[in-house]
Write a protein that binds this ligand. Structure first.
Ligand SMILES: C[S@@+](CC[C@H](N)C(=O)[O-])C[C@H]1O[C@@H](n2cnc3c(N)ncnc32)[C@H](O)[C@@H]1O
Length: 292
């Protein structure tokens, strides 16, 4: 047996065992998170829309020892990521959770640390029982929401395969995202256009008689796109609930992000909070509207 195969087989066995152990512990422990207050604050992040690098084409029949090792390394990294996920925020509360969602490649959120921490503190108090997110992408803000929502929450996350400002996710990620939910949470991942009346009907059907405690709009960032999301889903939010919009900061025209235009139009109608770490950052920013 060659050395590469020996490494491959032992690596594969280690990966399988680690993977099983991680899921076992995760399923048992993910519900028992204690969150404390405190703000983080480093500014870190690549601008949105530049995040999903095109995948390299794989040469046909190139199942070489090299690619096997690469797969094993990927698997090992994913396992390490799950282990870190188990402990993210357990001791450090919201800042620890933020550090995790910004510091890992796989579930990385397209957010600024200080802003996400401030939103996290609000969510940790609200503990939404029913929440809708538009814009799943790499699952960063979804993971964040699952951890901060009520352990019995109904959570819906919508994304459009090939959509603007990201582009959705595949079946492996869908499988992993489903496992972000705590034991008694109901998580529904909907893939399709949030602007369509069919999507609104699907969301309504899932919610049934429940109203939303929290709506996070981070999908299509064009003026008409964000406006449509707001018009369709804001009426589903209960009095006392929250609507958060991402990317309310002024962006350079080349970014194609027009959320600030809509935000400036709508914010005066609500009690609101603007969380922008740095007015010159040229991206991100979270706006929160209180539905009174
Ligand atoms: C900026 S990303 C979301 C980032 C994510 N919330 C985070 O911070 O981890 C925007 C996502 O919205 C999705 N999107 C764009 N237009 C959409 C539409 N009309 N319906 C549903 N999803 C859409 C894109 O596919 C993309 O994945």
């Amino acid at each position: 047996m060659s050395l590469a195969w020996a490494i491959g087989i032992s690596g594969g066995a280690t990966f399988t065992l680690t993977h099983r152990a991680v899921f076992f512990f995760w399923r048992r422990n993910a519900g028992s998170l204690a969150l404390r207050s405190g703000y983080g604050g480093k500014l870190a992040h690549p601008p949105m829309g530049q995040s999903s690098a095109p995948k390299k084409p794989v040469a046909q029949g190139a199942e070489t020892g090299d690619s096997l090792l690469r797969k094993l390394a990927k698997g090992w990294n994913a396992s390490r990521c799950w282990i870190r996920y188990l402990f993210a925020g357990v001791r450090e509360g919201v800042p620890g959770l933020v550090q995790f969602v910004l510091g890992n490649e796989f579930f990385r959120a397209s957010q600024v640390a200080g802003e996400l921490t401030a939103l996290g503190e609000i969510l940790a108090t609200l503990r939404p029982k029913c929440a809708l997110e538009i814009g799943t992408l790499r699952g960063g803000t979804l993971l964040f929401l699952c951890r901060l929502a009520s352990p019995q929450a109904t959570i819906v996350s919508v994304d459009l395969p090939g959509g603007r400002f990201g582009g959705g996710y595949g079946s492996t990620r869908a499988w992993l995202y489903k496992r972000l939910a705590l034991r008694r949470q109901q998580l529904q991942l909907l893939q399709g256009d949030s602007h369509s009346s069919e999507m609104l009907a699907r969301v309504r059907e899932i919610l049934g008689a429940q109203e939303l405690d929290y709506l996070f709009i981070d999908g299509d960032h064009k003026y008409e796109g964000v406006k449509r999301d707001f018009e369709l889903y804001a009426p589903l939010v209960r009095k006392g609930g929250l609507i958060a919009l991402h990317d309310i900061a002024e962006h350079p025209p080349t970014a194609g992000c027009e959320v600030s235009q809509f935000w400036n139009e709508i914010k005066g109608r609500y009690r609101h909070l603007e969380m922008i770490a740095n007015r010159q950052q040229g991206w991100a920013g979270i706006g929160v509207l209180y539905v009174d």
